[in-house]
Each structure stands twice: as structure tokens, then as C-alpha cells.
Design a protein around this ligand. Structure first.
Ligand code: SF4
Length: 186
């Protein structure tokens, strides 16, 4: 979770700790609490609607199945997988966001066009024991090294193993830093 999202969710849960309380807030108040997260207006509507559905259809509790979770407004497979992994300690799910999708393709683990395709492909090519952790590792890697644009390939420890599929431009800063480090150790 990035710092902006963490701060927003902390404010939100300080104001309302249960689905019932959250559903009773106005969309405007939720917007104010979660601003400046991206698409905060859209997300505020979904938060209220999802909490209302939790109250109306699930007894105020978060459901534990993929089919039920993706019925909640604003919840797709990515979020549902994350809930199953983090809240319910599932060992059967892989949470694929845009970082996981991009890096799994660059590394040549999969050859897919969408995160949904990547999720299914990863179940086939990765060991089950890593499934709950793939998101944590690859998101962190994607934010710091294998970034969306200008990945730091020349300073990346995986470079000897990586076919760099689809990478056209890499960070020159990483290149010069790696060169300086090599000079210092020569
Ligand atoms: S070598 Fe480049 S594309 Fe491959 S994992 Fe490292 S940063 Fe990503």
C-alpha cells in the first residue's frame, strides 16, 4: 500500500470502523476523508455502496469466497484475491495488479495481455507455496527496480536471468550508478 492510500484508509477507519457506520456516511464525507487518492470520487461511491451491500446481504461481514467478493461494487479479482490472502490467509490465490502483470511478462514467466490472463497463467507456472507472496514481492520490485517506464535493468540483480521482454528503454541513471559502483570495487 502506498503512503497516500495508507493515510486515506487510516482517516477513513478512524471515522468509521464498521460497514454499517461507513454506509451511513455521505459520499461527500467519504470523498473528503480519502482525498487525495486517485479517482477519490468514484472510490467514495463504491466504498459506500459496498458497505451497504455488506450490511444488506452479508450480515455486515466480509464474505470469504471469490464469487461473493466480486459482487461488491468496485471489487474485482485483484482486490478479491488480496482480501482472501490477507484477511482469510488463503494459500490458493495470486493477487495480480499491473506491477505483477508487467514484471511476469518482462521476466518471460508468462506471455499475456491482461492481468486476468496473467493470474491464470501464473497458477500454471509458479510453485503454489509462492502464490500468497507474489504480489508483495513483485509490487515492491515494480515500485523500486522494474518500474513501468525506464526500469533499472542495468542495476538489476535479475538481469542475467531476465529476457527483458517488451523493454525498450532503461534507466540511464541506474546504468551510470552501476558503472560507478563497479569502478569503486575494481
Ligand atoms: S532486468 Fe529489467 S526487465 Fe528484467 S526484472 Fe530487472 S528491471 Fe525488470
Amino acid at each position: 500500500m502506498d503512503a497516500t492510500t495508507l493515510a486515506a484508509s487510516t482517516r477513513l477507519f478512524k471515522r468509521a470502523r464498521t460497514p454499517r457506520t461507513l454506509a451511513s456516511l455521505s459520499v461527500k464525507e467519504i470523498e473528503t476523508l480519502i482525498y487525495p487518492v486517485s479517482f477519490y470520487r468514484h472510490k467514495a461511491r463504491n466504498v459506500k455502496a459496498a458497505c451497504q451491500m455488506l450490511v444488506d446481504e452479508f450480515g455486515g461481514r466480509v464474505p470469504q469466497t471469490m464469487d461473493e467478493l466480486v459482487r461488491l461494487p468496485g471489487v474485482g479479482r485483484k482486490t478479491a484475491n488480496l482480501v482472501l490472502i490477507l484477511a482469510f490467509k488463503s494459500q490458493q490465490n495470486i493477487c495480480v495488479d499491473i506491477h505483477v502483470h508487467r514484471i511476469a511478462n518482462r521476466l518471460g514467466w508468462v506471455s499475456t495481455r491482461t492481468p486476468e490472463e496473467t493470474e491464470q497463467a501464473l497458477y500454471a507456472v509458479t510453485e503454489r507455496r509462492w502464490w500468497p507472496y507474489i504480489n508483495l514481492y513483485l509490487v515492491t520490485w515494480g515500485q523500486n527496480v522494474c518500474r513501468p517506464v525506464y526500469p533499472k535493468c542495468d542495476a538489476c540483480v535479475l538481469k542475467p536471468l531476465c529476457p527483458q521482454r517488451g523493454v525498450t528503454r532503461v534507466s540511464k541513471t541506474a546504468l551510470s550508478r552501476a558503472g560507478r559502483n563497479a569502478g569503486m570495487t575494481a
